[in-house]
Design a protein around this ligand. Sequence first.
Ligand SMILES: NC(=O)c1ccc[n+]([C@@H]2O[C@H](COP(=O)([O-])OP(=O)(O)OC[C@H]3O[C@@H](n4cnc5c(N)ncnc54)[C@H](O)[C@@H]3O)[C@@H](O)[C@H]2O)c1
Length: 383
Amino acid sequence: MDRTPLGIVLNGVTGRMGLRQHLIRSILAIRQDGGLPLRDGTVLWPEPVLVGRSEAKLRTLAEQHGLTDWTTDLDAALARPDVQVYFDAQVTSARVKALRAAIEAGKHIYTEKPVAESLAEAVDLARTADEAGIKHGVVQDKLFLPGLQKLHRLVRGGFFGRVLSVRGEFGYWVFEGDWQGAQRPSWNYRAADGGGITLDMFPHWHYVLEQIFGPVNAVTARSVTHIDERWDEAGQPYAATADDAVYGLFELDGGIIAQINSSWAVRVNRDELVEFQVDGTHGSAVAGLHHCRIQPRAGTPKPVWDPDVPTAQRFRDQWQEVPDNEVFVNGFRAQWEQFLRYVAEDGPYTGDLWAGARGVQVAELGLQSSREGRRLEIPELGR
Ligand SMILES: NC(=O)c1ccc[n+]([C@@H]2O[C@H](COP(=O)([O-])OP(=O)(O)OC[C@H]3O[C@@H](n4cnc5c(N)ncnc54)[C@H](O)[C@@H]3O)[C@@H](O)[C@H]2O)c1
């Protein structure tokens, strides 16, 4: 079969997301499966060019995965005619500069979120990319999770009747790093280094809400730093200046109210690390990363409030599991395949830099809402 190589600069592959989700579970997995079949019968063959700051780390990583193409010189990689796509999974604070260089070099870009640390930069990026006529996409992995795909299917199938509300719980305990090592990089907890859970998670919640339920029109949020001292990768104490929890309220078209708690200072008493309960006039659902359970109108129990009598009902048992009904591949890979098809054959694609900018906008307004203690409407972004 005809193989068409597509050069992709992968910047930030020594990081958590870049390595595990994007390089191993997406690009290398596509290669292991023989490439990406296209409509015209040919196969797209991703050729990764690993880019990073540390020669030693890149060399080791390349060797571990049987790759030979790596460099610490981003400009040189971007100047190569065989490279058509630039992908960024660097720390957030390094993103805009690199994306800008890639756009200037005429490459299509695909990037982790948040696309920028400020709305002004995010809009400017989207505009510059449009003017350059390149294709652009932002990671929206949560939409591709099996649990959320099942939830989306329920919405499309009219299961809920009129959707009333969405309650999201996201988070887990991130160790401070003293008596047990922290399981997330320390930059996430320093405001000056692009950290903060509002900037990290609101872009996710924005595309989840917008694409599954409809436009988000207003936000009210409270961002806080519960744990203000942490220990870094070298075991050194540092001041945790970024917000590590945010309690947000989002108002959507149709009067839908979404309330989402995000926290790195919460202990999990849920089935999954993120869960959304959706209540509608005709039914409710609880969706997580993998599972989705429903309770239709006709299966709704009728509890009566009586504090004197311990309840005999087992409420959690009154829900029904939504079957998989299809094979769900890794969400990051599924979106990579969609983006590569968009580049190679103009396939459908939704999550562009404008969608990324709307995510940054909600994060920025959320932080402002928290500072000022008030609800903020979300203006439409002019292109
Ligand atoms: N889509 C998701 O679910 C998801 C989850 C976590 C993180 N992210 C995003 O992915 C990006 C990377 O996050 P991560 O958790 O993989 O981080 P990480 O710290 O593990 O990796 C960061 C990468 O950036 C590189 N880098 C470039 N300049 C740097 C600098 N000045 N300081 C430190 N590192 C620098 C590092 O070498 C490394 O390769 C962030 O923008 C984050 O918001 C997305």
